[in-house]
Every structure is written in C-alpha cells, then in structure tokens.
Design a protein around this ligand. Structure first.
Ligand code: SF4
Ligand code: SF4
Length: 372
C-alpha cells in the first residue's frame, strides 16, 4: 500500500483547521494588489482559486484561469523570507532614565507559522537562508526561533512560468525533502485531488489526524505526470556545468558594461530574490533625544552605500554592482556555501523593470568563452 494519501479540494479547509488547532498561524498564497502574496489566512476561500499568472522579463499579470485549480499560478513577488527574515526588525530600544539609559531587546516572536503552498524552488531558498543565517558560529537567533517553529506544506509545480528555470538548478519542479507535507494538485478530467506525502513525523501526524485516504497507484502516476509536464515546460534554462569557473575567469567581460547601460540600480532583483539576505543597521532617535531604536533592514548590493568602507564605496559603477550580484549568486556562493545562491525561481527576471535576465547574461558570457 502506498504511504501517500489523497486529499480532496474540501480537505484544504480541514488542513488549515488542523494546523490552526495545533497552534500554527497559517500563511498561504492570496491575491492582493494584483499579485499573489503570502499572508495569514484562516480559510481556503482566501486561496487564489482559478487564478494564474503570466510572467516575462519585466512583466507580471494575474490571469483568470476559469478553472477550480487552487495552485495554478507559479510564484509572486514575495518569497517566504519576509516571514522568516523580515524586511525590517527592531533589534533594541534604548530609553533615557535620568542621567543614564536602559536598553531593551525585542525578544523573539514566539508565533509558530505553517506555510501553505511553498514551491520546491522556495524550499531550496529556505534551506539556503538556513545555511547563511544559522549555519555559522553566530546564528541569527530571531531567524532560528521563527524557522524552528515553522511547519512547511510544499506544493509541487504543475505550471512553470516563462521565467522559471528550477529544473536547471536542480531545485524543482518536484520538492526533494525539507517539507513536512508535500502536495501535488492533480486536476484532469473529473478528477481534482491533492496527492499528499509526508516528509516528517509532524507531517505524518497531521495527515493521520485528517484521516486522509490512501493514494492509489493511478493517483501517484497522475501526480508524477504533473511534475514531469512542468519539467518539460520550463520557461528558461541555465547551463550550470562549469559556470562558476567561467564567471570567475571573466570578471572583466564587456557584457557587464552592456548590462549596466540598462540597469537602473533599483535593487528590485535583490528584494524579490528568496535567497538574498543582506541587511543594514540604522539607529533612529526621537526628536527629544529620550529614545533610540536600532533597526535592521534589508539592504541591496545595488546601492552605492552598501559597499561603503573607510574612504568611500568600493563598487562605484553599475557594472561592478551587477557583476557582484550575478557572480555571487552563480559562482562565489559555491565557494562560501557549497551550492548555488540561485534557485531558479525567475523572480529577478519578472520584477526587473527593464527585464534584465540572469540566464541571458550568464549565457552570453558562456557563449563568448566557448567561442574563444
Ligand atoms: S537570482 Fe533570480 S532566479 Fe535566482 S533565486 Fe534569486 S530571484 Fe530567483
Ligand atoms: S538588474 Fe533590474 S532589478 Fe536589478 S537593480 Fe538592475 S534594473 Fe533593478
């Protein structure tokens, strides 16, 4: 008998309720301001049923699919990182007390979250951030507390966007571990089911509590077809063999100057990227001088200030900043963390206002290396 189970569309509400009853605040995909975003939800009616998305370089539109698929979209602008590694975080507050002052930390948020609808590429991005933020000798305690309390319900991809290339990066379209439960939505003919597999004891327990029906071989085959169809329809490809070496050997490639003519240095690519982790720290005081707050905010290697060291900024022009970003993602991340810093989600392509495409830029450098 298969260990996998089958859930019906109505079971999504039971899944949300079961997670809620276990103390999780459920965060899932929902539509806001014309995009799919990840927000707290209490009902399956908040999920984007029948919505799809159309993505291209510098282009994103939600579509009405006119069907009952709940996960018929790919990814929106937000990664899950905003819930694990928030864009803004107060580190401490200092208050004047007579002739001295006191300092109060903010503690860590004890809310346990269940993420519903994590795409395989996004799971890989969470694992990448785990490595960066908790893998070294000085772990980010806030991140670790949020991450340890998180239950992950992944959803395999059936419909990659034109900007997706997870298959090249080995991160999708099927999840490979690191989840509590993974669902595959199968909607063909009269059948509409979620093929569900547990990846942890907690996941097995949730599915057992729901009395999920065991899956049949035909269900497994149908789920397999969904991800294989997605794999065959990837919008983009990135040749990863030897790529770090090619990029390291071409740091002065004229392509970087070419891309800099288009790059606005807006930093959108770093804000939407689910693996980007850089931050800056600001101290903010009130006008009376009685309170000071130290705030940590996401930062971007596309700002001049980001590379400021004594005497000035190190990366003074756009091409140096773009090169830093691309080579970190695709080459030096391997040196630091033993893997790529890109999971192939395609967000940086979709949300770049001028449609700069990381796969195209890397391929151009690879092509000139081959022609030498
Ligand atoms: S570099 Fe682009 S495609 Fe790669 S993970 Fe970041 S946003 Fe996604
Ligand atoms: S590559 Fe695109 S998204 Fe990134 S900074 Fe340049 S213009 Fe903005």
């Amino acid at each position: 008998m298969s260990e996998a189970s089958v859930l019906s569309p109505d079971d999504l509400q039971r899944l949300i309720d079961t997670l809620g009853a276990r103390g999780y605040s459920v965060i899932g995909p929902t539509v806001d301001n014309g995009a799919i975003v990840y927000e707290p939800i209490t009902g399956a009616d908040a999920l984007p049923t029948g919505r799809g998305d159309e993505q291209a370089g510098g282009h994103y539109r939600l579509t009405d699919r006119g069907d009952s698929e709940v996960f018929g979209f790919t990814v929106g602008p937000q990664g899950w990182k905003r819930h694990l590694h928030p864009p803004e975080q107060v580190l401490w507050t200092a208050r004047r007390r007579g002739r001295g002052f006191t300092v109060e930390g903010t503690g860590t948020d004890a809310t346990a979250h269940a993420f519903l609808g994590v795409r395989p590429c996004e799971l890989s991005a969470i694992v990448a951030q785990d490595q960066v933020l908790t893998g070294g000798p000085f772990a980010d305690t806030g991140y670790r507390a949020r991450r340890d309390g998180t239950f992950l319900v992944a959803v395999n991809c059936g419909r990659p966007a034109a900007t997706c290339f997870c298959a090249s990066m080995g991160t999708g379209p099927a999840a490979d571990g690191h989840y509590d439960i993974v669902l595959t939505e199968v909607a063909d003919g009269d059948r509409h089911i979620y093929y569900a597999e547990a990846g942890s004891e907690a996941g097995r327990d949730v599915l057992a509590t729901m009395n999920a029906a065991p899956a049949a071989d035909a269900d497994r085959e149908a789920a397999h077809r969904v991800v294989e169809t997605a794999r065959a329809n990837m919008g983009r490809h990135l040749e990863t063999d030897g790529l770090p070496e090619v990029l390291r050997a071409n740091l002065d490639h004229p392509r970087y100057e070419k891309v800099a003519e288009r790059c606005l240095n807006c930093g959108n690519c770093t804000m939407v990227c689910p693996t980007c982790f850089c931050t800056t720290v600001e101290d903010v005081t009130d006008l009376t001088g009685s309170e000071a707050v130290r705030v940590r905010r996401w930062d971007s290697c596309f700002t001049t200030d980001f590379s400021y060291v004594h005497g000035g900024a190190v990366r003074l022009n756009g091409h140096a900043r773009y090169r830093q970003w691309l080579t970190h993602k695709l080459a030096t991340w391997h040196d630091q963390f033993g893997r790529s810093g890109c999971v192939g989600c395609g967000r940086c392509i979709t949300w770049c206002p001028v449609g700069i495409d990381i796969t195209e830029e890397a391929a151009a450098i690879q092509a000139s290396e081959r022609s030498r």
